[in-house]
Design a protein around this ligand. Structure first.
Ligand code: G6P
Length: 606
C-alpha cells in the first residue's frame, strides 16, 4: 500500500527520502516519486516501477532541496504510470497521499468549474488543487490546508510542502497511519517508524483526525476540531530491527526459516513451560467472563482466525463467529453485550479490520487484538492487546506472522478453556507441551527442502491447483492455496475435503495437482476416503501427513512425511510445508517473490 515520507533537513534530502522509501517497499507499490523545495520553488522526479528507476532519474537530474516529500504508490485511481505517480503538484503546493478520497469526483467537478486543470486520473490531485486554490484566495498554507481537509471524505495520510516555504511541512491523517519523527534540528514524517528508523527513534503517532505543522524545530499538532493538542513522544524499537535478507535469497525465505525462533519467543511469552501452564496474566482479559467471541480479519490473518474458531469451540467450548472484515464492517450484525471481538492483524493497520473493530466497539464488545506491530492503530484502539513476537515481516506474503498468530490463539484457547472449566490441569499440561514441541518440528521440516523443491517444480507447470483439508486443516488448505496464488500467480483453491463431491470434484483430472493436508488426527480416515475419491478419477495427489505412508500406499503420487505432531498443534506445523511449496514454485516461475504484482503488505484502503 502507498508509503509516505517527508523530511525537513539540513542537507539535500533526496537521498534520505529514497532510503526511507526503500524501507517502505515491503508495503507493495508500482511507482515512486519525490519532490523538494529548491531555491523557493518545487521540483519533482517520478518513475513507474521500482525505486531503482527513480534513482536513475535522480542521478541524471538530481534534486538538491533540503525540504522534501516522497511516495511509493500502490495504484487505486488511475494506472500505475509516471503521470499518476506522486507527489502531485498544483501551483505552489505539492502533496503525497496514502488512502482514498471518496468524494473526489464532486471535488474535481467543482475545481474544474473554477478553472483548475487536471493532469492525472488520481483522487489525490484534488487535494493539491484544493489547497492551491485556497492559497490563491489569500489564505496562509496552514489555513489553506485546514479548510481543504474539512472538505475531504474518505481516508488519508498526507504530507504537503509549499513553494517559497523552505521551513514548513504539513502532515495530516484520517484513517491511514502517519508518524512524526523528531531529529536534531530536523523533522520527519513517515507512514511508519520503520521508514524513519535511519534518522530517529523519537516518534509521535498522530491520532485519527490530527494534523500537524512541522518546522525544523518541532511540530504543532491539532486535533480534528482544530484544538492544539499534545501527543506522546515514544521511543520506537524499529531502529533496532534488522531489515535485511541475511543469507537468504528472499525475505520470504528468511521469514519462513525464522519461524522456529519467533514461535519460541511468542510461545514463551504466553506459556510457562516449566509448569506446563498458560501464563494467564499475559492476556489482560477476564478469561472466565467471556461468553462469546466474534473474530474478524483479512487475508492470511483471517485464516488464522478460522483455525482459532475450531480451537476455541472445541477446546474452550465457547461460541465463535467469524467473518472477513470487509464484509463484517457493513453487515450491521447485532451483537449481544458481554461478547469479545477479536481482531487478528500483522500490520495492525488494515483499513477493513480497523473499521470492523470500531463497529464492534459501538456494539459494546470488549475489543481484543492479536497484532505484530504494537504501536499500530488496531493495537492502540484495543482494550486488550495480545502481541505476536514475529519481528518485522517484510515479504508481502505472510508466513511467520501467520504461525505466530496461530500460536497466540492456541494459547488463548487453552487459557479460556481452563478458565471456563472445560480443560483440566492435565489437559492444559498436555496441550502446552504439544505447543512447546512445535519449533522443533518446524526445524526438522526446514532441514531438508529437497522434496518441496521437487514437487514445486511440478506445480510450476500447473494451471490450477487444489488444496484439501478437514477440521483445523481446512484453513491450512485455504492458506496454502492463497500463498500459492499470491506469489506464483497460479490459480489455486482451498476446499474442505468433505465438500469435494459438491462441486470441485468436477475439476479433477491429471492436469490438476491436489495437495491434501492430512495430519494423523481423528479426521484422518475421512480425509483418506476423499483422497481415494480423487485418485479414482485420475487425480494426482500429494499428501502432507505424519501418518504411516504405507497406509496411504500407492494411492498418492507424493507423500511428504512430516514429524509426528499432537493433533492440537498440527495447524502450526502444517502451515510450513504449504509455505515452502508456494515459495519454491514461485522461485521456479521467476516471479517477484517478496513483492508480488498488485499486492500490498499493509492494506490501508478499503
Ligand atoms: C494483505 C497482505 C496479507 C495479509 C492481509 C491482512 O493482503 O498481503 O499478507 O494477510 O493484508 O493484513 P494484516 O496486516 O491485517 O494481517
Amino acid at each position: 500500500m502507498c508509503g509516505i515520507v517527508g523530511i525537513l533537513g539540513n542537507e539535500a534530502v533526496a537521498g534520505p527520502l529514497v532510503e526511507a522509501l526503500r524501507r517502505l517497499e515491503y508495503r507493495g507499490y508500482d511507482s515512486a516519486g519525490i519532490a523538494t523545495v529548491e531555491n523557493g520553488s518545487l521540483d519533482r522526479r517520478r518513475a513507474e516501477g521500482k525505486l531503482v528507476k527513480l534513482e536513475n532519474c535522480l542521478s541524471e537530474a538530481p534534486l538538491v532541496g533540503h525540504t522534501g516529500i516522497g511516495h511509493t504508490r500502490w495504484a487505486t485511481h488511475g494506472a500505475p504510470n509516471e503521470i499518476n505517480a506522486h507527489p502531485h503538484v498544483s501551483g505552489d503546493v505539492s502533496v503525497v497521499h496514502n488512502g482514498i478520497i471518496e468524494n473526489f469526483r464532486e471535488l474535481r467537478e467543482d475545481l474544474e468549474k473554477s478553472g483548475m486543470e487536471f493532469s492525472t486520473q488520481t483522487d489525490t490531485e484534488v487535494i493539491a488543487h484544493l489547497i492551491a486554490r485556497t492559497l490563491k484566495g489569500g489564505a496562509t498554507p496552514e489555513e489553506a490546508v485546514e479548510q481543504s481537509l474539512s472538505k475531504l471524505e474518505g481516508a488519508f495520510a498526507l504530507a504537503i510542502i509549499f513553494a517559497g516555504h523552505d521551513d514548513l511541512m504539513i502532515a495530516a491523517r484520517k484513517g491511514s497511519p502517519l508518524a512524526i519523527g523528531y531529529g536534531d534540528g530536523e523533522m520527519y514524517v513517515g507512514s511508519d517508524a520503520i521508514a524513519l528508523a535511519p534518522f530517529t527513534d523519537t516518534i509521535t503517532y498522530l491520532d485519527d483526525g490530527d494534523w500537524a505543522v512541522l518546522k525544523r524545530d518541532g511540530a504543532v499538532i491539532r486535533d480534528r476540531a482544530g484544538r492544539q493538542v499534545e501527543r506522546a513522544k515514544v521511543k520506537s524499537v524499529a531502529s533496532a530491527l534488522m531489515v535485511d535478507k541475511g543469507n537468504h535469497r528472499h525475505f520470504m525465505a528468511k521469514e519462513i526459516h525464522e519461524q522456529p525462533e519467533v514461535l519460541s519467543h511468542t510461545l514463551a511469552h504466553y506459556l510457562d513451560f516449566s509448569e506446563g501452564r498458560v501464563d494467564r496474566s499475559r492476556f489482560d482479559l477476564d478469561l472466565g467472563a467471556i461468553e462469546r467471541i466474534t473474530i474478524s480479519a483479512c487475508g492470511t490473518a483471517y485464516y488464522a482466525g478460522l483455525v482459532g474458531k475450531y480451537w476455541l469451540e472445541r477446546w474452550a467450548r465457547i461460541p465463535v463467529e467469524i467473518d472477513i472484515a470487509s464484509e463484517m464492517r457493513y453487515r450491521e450484525a447485532p451483537m449481544e453485550k458481554g461478547g469479545m471481538a477479536l481482531f487478528v492483524s500483522q500490520s495492525g493497520e488494515t483499513a477493513d479490520t480497523l473499521a470492523t473493530l470500531r463497529y464492534c466497539k459501538e456494539e459494546g464488545q470488549h475489543i481484543a487484538s492479536i497484532v505484530n506491530v504494537r504501536e499500530s492503530s488496531i493495537a492502540r484502539e484495543s482494550a486488550s492487546v495480545l502481541p505476536t513476537l514475529a519481528g518485522p515481516e517484510i515479504g508481502v506474503a505472510s508466513t511467520k506472522a501467520f504461525t505466530c498468530q496461530l500460536a497466540v490463539i492456541a494459547c488463548l484457547a487453552i487459557a479460556i478453556g481452563r478458565a471456563r472449566g472445560h480443560i483440566s490441569e492435565e489437559t492444559e499440561n498436555e496441550l502446552v507441551m504439544a505447543l512447546a514441541k512445535v519449533p522443533g518440528h518446524i526445524s526438522t521440516i526446514l532441514r531438508d527442502e529437497s522434496i518441496f523443491e521437487k514437487i514445486s517444480h511440478d506445480l510450476s507447470h500447473a494451471r490450477d491447483v487444489l488444496y484439501l483439508g478437514r477440521g483445523v486443516s481446512y484453513p491450512i488448505a485455504l492458506e496454502g492455496a492463497l500463498k500459492l496464488k499470491e506469489i506464483s500467480y497460479i490459480h489455486a483453491e482451498g476446499y474442505a475435503a468433505g465438500e469435494l463431491k459438491h462441486g470441485p470434484i468436477a475439476l479433477i483430472d491429471e492436469d490438476v495437482p491436489i495437495i491434501v493436508v492430512a495430519p494423523d488426527d481423528d479426521l484422518f480416515e475421512k480425509t483418506l476416503s476423499n483422497i481415494q475419491e480423487v485418485v479414482a478419477r485420475g487425480g494426482r495427489v500429494t499428501v502432507l501427513t505424519d501418518h504411516d505412508p504405507d497406509r496411504i500406499g500407492a494411492d498418492a503420487e507424493n507423500i511428504i512425511s512430516l514429524p509426528t505432531v499432537h493433533p492440537f498443534a498440527t495447524p502450526l506445523v502444517y502451515a510450513v510445508p504449504v509455505q515452502l511449496l508456494a515459495y519454491h514454485t514461485a522461485v521456479f516461475m521467476g516471479t517477484d517473490v517478496d513483492q508480488p504484482r498488485n499486492l500490498a503488505k499493509s492494506v490501508t484502503v478499503e
